[in-house]
Design a binder for this molecule. Sequence first.
Ligand code: DC
Length: 243
Amino acid sequence: MVRSTAARYKTDVTRPRPAVALDGPAGAGKSTVARLTARALGFTLVDTGALYRTVALAAQRAGIPWSNTEGVASQARRLAEGALQMRPNPEGAVCVLLDGEDVSSQIRTPEMSFGASQVSSIPEVRAALLAMQRGAASEGGVVLEGRDIGTVVLPDAEAKFFVTASPEVRARRRHEELLARGFPSSFEQTLAEVLQRDEADSNRSVSPLRAAEDAELVDTSAMTIEEVVARIVQRVRQITGAR
Ligand code: DC
């Protein structure tokens, strides 16, 4: 199934500049790495998790429970048809507009992390967001950050990385980030949530979280963000040097 999609897509590709796929679980430092990598390469960042988060928010605002697959899918289609816009902000992060309103911070709450995880398991939601993600990459010069970029969205991305870290390291980072942003948090609970989300993301039937066969594995447990970015940027330049 995935293979035939990949094969069909490959023939359509005419990107003038390379696309970088950055996948991995929550809390591996992927978002920061993606933002700094995009900046260092002069590429545009596409945060695909933000799309799923915005679907969760739009459903909630419309009074649609995340378990209502048809209702949530129709919100995803509405977003893909133009209700959702993404713009880079001056810091190089992504600013998300829902019906013209900047919802960048509303989508980054623990509640919307949970909602995004729920809605991302709905096949019709994933299908609705697929064309949008491919469209964003059609000119290249992009870093797409997500869970299934190297496997499903851009199987022919010129450079693919799977950024990960141990569950304990990821939970500690998430816990510290939540505290810094003023959310109450306990390490044990955060670790339990990390493990629960890993389980849900890795075992869902559509686009489960897994590294593409041709992705380079980057374990950030014992690396600084700067070291990770330097390694990825160097690899991208190496891989795409001829272009
Ligand atoms: O990266 P994030 O925490 O913002 O992602 C939020 C949720 O969306 C997470 O549970 C996994 C899901 N997601 C996905 O299924 N596919 C993607 N390409 C990106 C995110």
